[in-house]
Design a protein around this ligand. Structure first.
Ligand SMILES: Cc1cc2nc3c(=O)[nH]c(=O)nc-3n(C[C@H](O)[C@H](O)[C@H](O)COP(=O)(O)OP(=O)(O)OC[C@H]3O[C@@H](n4cnc5c(N)ncnc54)[C@H](O)[C@@H]3O)c2cc1C
Length: 530
């Protein structure tokens, strides 16, 4: 299998430059660089159809301000370990701001602080968080406690066929508790309405997410636009590992070459390539291994060729996966009014408000523009509405008027600020809709072809559509490629030791202790404890 000087370099082609494709490229290149096998020097190419990598985690150019603005605010949580580890390995973790607390705002109550304890071990660190949500009545807090208790003792497998609304109603959660607590958490975390979303996915967020370890519920927000963080800086870091990133290259069909179709064919075992990919430009690329990292609604056309399509389970079922929309309302005001970096809104159309994370020049005591700020300066904030199916039908001005009225009610200081302009951005397929039974349509990274793997947030990662799910999927596909070369066991060890141990390096992260968490009611009781 050694490469003679005259032999063609073997070629891994990754199609799709979102987080899944970038994570696959990073892992493949890093494992290759560990040089367990001296003769392993594949060429790695990443093809991205758009002008910049990043996919859905991207930005648009706002010509009025001359700045890049994210299509929609992206936030991660402390439990997104693979994403944060990728950022750390790429020396980009300092481009995120970590917030250990949130504030919840209900129109009829003063704001409630949501912060896990910094001193108690997981899951006791969540002590008191629910108890401090002052807009929940005593009964509602007890209902939440009961549901938490049940959820911890219920296996994910037994929840796969039921919606969150069905399960919560069956166990006696009142409509008010569902609206005030469960909707708030689940809709923004899963991007789908409680009446549609799978309870198994909800359990993942609540139990694995919030309760997994100290710091798991902390929120991470990028300091810079996603086009800079992912499209430039992460892509550059991946490029420095030796990956060739070709943006503006749309892959057409992937097809298997006929000589490689014999049953005892080993990928990379001959100097002839296994497959070819025709690009939109007409160029044909030969590949010995391919990772598809395109969204679920592109995979059927990418893998439609007769030599390939049989290898990927039910392509039609993948194509039929439904999307769910998220709406970002980008607002520019003439003066700052929001002191806190973000707010979770309860009982309103507005679900989250994020201020420009670097706009820290607001004077504490007044609502005047900060010293030195020019009077023409605009102050940006973004309203996020997840699962925005209903909102999409509203005229934009009507939507903006309602959101502005909610902001004025909750933040009286905002009434002194004028809205200079706004822009509503909705992606109808922001995320796939995590409905009951969807897991049967989510394939693993492995396909029936020994040279083809799948990545993308929609593959079987166990996560809803998130940056974390995308990174996990990319790494699984890269691992499939590595395993196919029969080097996994040794290089895995090296790869692990190369990877920084996020838990040790991140403040206040102690590992989840399953024995404690699974003791009936322990988590539920600490969530409710005042
Ligand atoms: C509005 C919105 C808000 C979100 N908020 C959050 C959040 O707060 N937190 C969070 O964790 N997640 C959030 N997400 C989800 C997150 O963005 C996605 O889960 C993640 O970015 C998906 O990455 P991916 O690589 O799997 O897919 P994508 O990002 O879709 O990347 C796929 C790439 O493949 C490329 N491609 C497609 N076809 C071809 C082809 N034929 N040839 C070459 N390239 C091709 C596409 O151009 C794209 O760049 C949000 C998503 C949206 C849209």
């Amino acid at each position: 299998m050694s490469n003679s000087p005259h032999e063609r370099r073997r070629h891994l082609v990754i199609i799709g430059g979102g987080l899944a494709g970038l994570a696959a490229a990073e892992a493949s290149a890093r494992w290759q660089r560990s040089r367990v096998r001296q003769d392993l020097h594949w060429q790695i190419t990443l093809l991205e159809a758009r002008r910049q990598a990043g996919g859905r985690a991207g930005s648009f150019f706002d010509s009025a301000s001359g700045e890049s603005v994210d299509y929609c605010q992206h936030a991660a949580m402390g439990c997104c370990r693979e994403l944060l580890a990728l950022m750390q390995r790429s020396e980009l973790l300092d481009q995120w701001i970590r917030y250990p607390e949130l504030s919840f705002h209900h129109p009829d109550f003063p704001p409630s602080r949501f912060a896990a304890s910094r001193w108690l071990p997981a899951p006791l660190h969540l002590s008191g968080t629910i108890g401090r949500l002052n807009y929940l009545s005593g009964n509602q807090k007890r209902e939440v406690q009961k549901a938490m208790w049940r959820l911890i003792r219920t296996s994910t497998a037994s929840l796969g066929d039921v919606t969150a609304l069905q399960w919560l109603s069956e166990i006696g959660q009142s409509p008010a508790t569902i609206a005030n607590f469960w909707d708030v958490i689940l809709v923004s975390a899963l991007g789908e309405q409680t009446k549609l979303v799978s309870m198994a996915a909800a359990r993942k967020v609540i139990v694995d997410g919030f309760a997994m370890s100290k710091g798991a519920s902390d929120v991470f927000v990028p300091k810079v636009p996603l086009s800079q963080l992912i499209g430039n800086e992460l892509a550059d870091a991946v490029g420095k590992l030796g990956v060739t990133i070709r943006c503006g290259e749309t892959a057409g069909e992937v097809r298997q070459l006929s000589h490689s179709q014999s049953s005892n064919y080993q990928p990379g075992s001959t100097s002839n390539a296994v497959s070819e990919i025709k690009l939109g430009s007409g160029e044909v690329i030969q590949a010995d291994a391919v990772i598809s990292a395109v969204p679920w609604y592109r995979v059927a056309s990418l893998l439609a060729h007769v030599s390939v399509r049989h290898a990927v389970g039910d392509l039609e079922a993948i194509d039929r996966m439904q999307g769910s929309s998220i709406t970002g309302i980008h607002c520019w005001f003439d003066r700052p009014w929001m002191k806190q970096p973000h707010a979770v809104m309860v009982g309103t159309l507005t679900q989250w408000i994020f201020r420009d994370p670097l706009q820290n020049d607001i004077r504490e005591s007044t609502n005047e523009p900060a010293k030195g700020a020019s009077s023409s300066k605009e102050y940006y904030c973004q309203v996020v509405i997840s699962a925005s199916h209903d909102v999409r039908g509203l005229p934009k001005q009507e939507l903006m008027n309602q959101v502005l009225a909610e902001i004025h009610h909750e933040f009286p200081s905002s009434r002194n600020a004028s809205l200079v302009r706004y822009r509503v951005v909705t992606d109808p397929r922001s995320v796939f809709s995590v409905r009951p039974g969807i897991s049967s349509s989510r394939p693993s990274a492995t396909t029936a072809l020994p040279w083809l793997w799948l990545a993308g947030d929609w593959t079987d990662t166990g996560w809803p559509a998130t940056m974390e799910g995308a990174v996990i999927s990319g790494r699984s596909a890269a691992k499939g490629w590595m395993d196919s070369l029969a080097i996994s066991s040794t290089s895995d060890k090296l790869a692990e030791s190369e990877e920084p141990h996020l838990e040790l390096q991140m403040r206040d992260q102690s590992p989840f202790t399953p024995e404690v968490a699974t003791k009936p009611g322990v988590l539920a009781r600490c969530l409710i404890k005042k």
